[in-house]
Design a protein around this ligand. Structure first.
Ligand code: XMP
Length: 517
């Protein structure tokens, strides 16, 4: 991080809460870092934070396994805001009372502000008194604030919904200001950052780019850098950043495996070769991929075959690029946070197109490793990447192959690609593209009987899959308007040869996954 950037540390007590808080802080243009709760006070303070936020979490402070934080942080003179679990932990560690009241609050809850007291600065933008809706999700509740704290707000079942000790600059709220359902939650976070911590809003997209460019230059010097482009937003932004930093020292490799969405290869050519004048190696390798996929029907075998073929091709190209020492990876901040803590079951072996061939002697350049997805998109826009790339829905590394159940052949890939064009086109026309996490077509391995014109048909169905999600960990099936489903269905039947039926996938994740394989 640049020396002149203020840092706010978010201590992570579990689940996704900390990431959302860190994003809200960055939305206020203050750089935030997430740190594990078991870090020592020394480690936390070594970041020289302007403020510390203790996140929510799924535990009860009474659980045996309840995570805690090194209490020395409370005496360090750094402003601290505890949220939900963080508020209860702060209460417990500073001598207040957290009780199992048996009256938890979940969801929208009316909050009443007390007389302007110690925590008034947090609520400066809120209407005096209230009630105002906040989002609650707690079982235990703070019943007695620690010595030195003044109660600033209450709700029907939380006698201490907000409290503060202005002298020590310690604050806590039982509700979640980071979720959109809390009216004026963002303004509470901003008052904490700017008024209490005195942080400066310098984490702007221009500064992010300048900082990344400086770091990339310092890291790679005059060496040659390779970057695998997938057509997706992360690798595109990473490449554009590295190009901004080291210009023609960068060589991009785009491997067309025959399993891309329609028009993706052309888009990469147009953007990187013609608009950015990047040295681009475009490998047309569809035949090779279809060759290794011949007869393969098992999803995991498919993924591995595609991943390995990609790596072999990449190695071949790399050998021809003189003395390339660095490889660009589009790793994002959530990956950095999660590696190290994640022990989730390996449900699908995700093949990352930029994936590092382990036996290759490259140093990694990861210009996005401090950024969340929304920041990556903003940086992409600022760098002049086209909207179609910056706002593109995620697409899996193995491409259409994991949407073709059964054997992947050039003919079946062509059927699916044509159907996918229709789904995306109609979703865009309906103005829903940006609201959906993903929307695409799936080709199952069955054929069904139909009747078209005077004849009997025996052809493939296409399944429409559209989901909403925040992070792909969970997803809900999208309630597409019926007239949109109708248009997609009739266009697919009329325009895509080999399809005589269209179905809609109405499965959430869990129990389904987003992709079919
Ligand atoms: P699932 O199907 O597991 O997908 O619910 C979650 C998200 O990950 C994407 N996905 C992949 N991305 N390589 C990737 O880079 C893969 O092998 C892969 N498999 C799934 C999927 O599109 C969704 O956004």
């Amino acid at each position: 991080m640049a020396a002149d950037t203020d840092v706010v540390v978010v201590v992570d007590f579990g689940a996704q809460y900390a990431q959302l808080i860190a994003r809200r802080v960055r939305q206020a243009r203050v750089y935030s870092e997430i740190i594990r709760h078991d870090a020592t006070a020394e480690e936390i303070l070594s970041r020289r934070p302007k403020g510390i936020i203790l996140s929510g979490g799924p535990a009860s402070v009474y659980a045996d396994w309840a995570p805690t934080v090194d209490p020395a942080i409370f005496a360090a003179g750094v402003p601290i805001l505890g949220i939900c679990y963080g508020a209860q932990l702060m209460t417990r560690q500073l001598g207040g009372t957290v009780a199992r009241t048996g009256r938890g609050e979940y969801g929208r809850t009316p909050l009443t502000l007390g007389a302007p007291g110690a925590a008034a600065s947090l609520f400066a933008d809120w209407p005096a008194g209230g009630p105002i809706d906040v989002w609650m999700s707690h079982g235990d509740a703070v019943t007695v604030a620690p010595p030195g704290f003044v109660v600033a707000a209450t709700t029907p079942d939380a006698p201490v919904a907000a409290m503060g000790d202005a002298e020590r600059r310690l604050y806590a709220v039982q509700f979640h200001p980071e979720v959109v359902h809390t009216e004026r939650g963002q303004s509470l976070i901003e008052r904490f950052l700017f008024d209490v911590c005195g942080a400066l809003p310098t984490w702007t997209h221009t500064n992010i780019i300048e900082h990344a460019v400086e770091q990339i230059r310092a890291q790679v010097g005059a060496s040659r850098v390779l970057c695998a482009l997938s057509g997706g937003v992360d690798s595109a932004v990473a490449a554009a950043l590295v190009h901004r930093a080291v210009g023609d020292q960068l060589t991009c490799v785009f491997v067309d495996n025959g399993l891309m969405r329609a028009g993706e290869g052309e888009q990469v050519e147009e953007t990187f070769r013609r608009q950015f004048h990047v040295d681009l190696v475009h490998v047309k390798a569809a035949d090779r991929f279809f060759g290794v996929l011949e007869g393969v029907t098992d999803p995991e075998v498919k993924r591995k075959a595609i991943g390995e073929t990609f790596i072999r091709i990449f190695e071949e190209v790399a050998r021809d690029v003189d003395d390339a020492r660095f490889l660009v990876q589009g790793t994002l901040y959530p990956d950095v946070i999660e590696s190290g803590t994640a022990d989730a079951a390996n449900i699908k072996s995700h093949h990352n197109v930029g994936g590092l061939p382990e036996d290759m002697a490259f140093d990694l350049v990861e210009p996005l490793r401090l950024l969340f997805k929304d920041e990556v998109r903003a940086v992409g826009e600022e760098l002049g990447l086209p909207e179609e790339i910056v706002w593109r829905q995620p697409f899996p590394g193995p491409g259409l192959a994991v949407r073709i159940v059964g054997e992947v052949t050039p003919e079946r890939a062509a059927v699916l690609r044509a159907a996918d064009v229709v789904v995306l086109d109609e979703v865009r026309r309906a103005g829903l593209y940006d609201q959906l996490w993903q929307s695409f077509a799936v080709l199952p391995a069955v054929r069904t009987v139909g009747v078209m014109g005077d004849g009997r048909t025996y052809a493939y169905p296409i399944v429409i899959r559209a989901v909403t999600s925040d992070d792909a960990m969970t997803a809900d099936w999208a309630r597409l308007p019926y007239d949109l489903v109708e248009r997609i269905s009739s266009r697919i039947i009329n325009e895509v040869d080999g399809v005589n039926r269209v179905a809609l996938d109405v499965t959430s994740k869990p129990p389904g996954t987003i992709e079919w394989e």
